[in-house]
Design a protein around this ligand. Structure first.
Ligand code: ZN
Length: 76
């Protein structure tokens, strides 16, 4: 996790995303994965990362199969 001094940084490009206190109101991706028994390399480790909106977009463009997209019909 790339969080220092209550600032969240993008693991992908290293840029500052926002202050931790504004995380709820900021658009970015947080991924967390527990590599358990069925993982070959990272057995028993938890990896987490924050990725900014811009990097998410770039990352998605590299996918062979684009991410599924649907409209949000209800904003909470
Ligand atoms: Zn980024």
């Amino acid at each position: 996790m790339s969080r220092k001094n209550q600032i969240i940084y993008c693991n992908c490009c290293g840029k500052e995303i926002c202050a931790e206190s504004l995380a709820e109101r900021t658009s970015f991706l947080t991924v967390k994965k527990e590599w358990g028994y069925f993982s070959h390399k990272k057995d028993g480790k938890i990896h987490s990362a924050d990725i900014c909106e811009e990097c998410c977009q770039k990352l998605a463009e590299t996918f062979a199969i684009p991410p599924e997209e649907e409209e949000i019909t209800e904003f909470v």
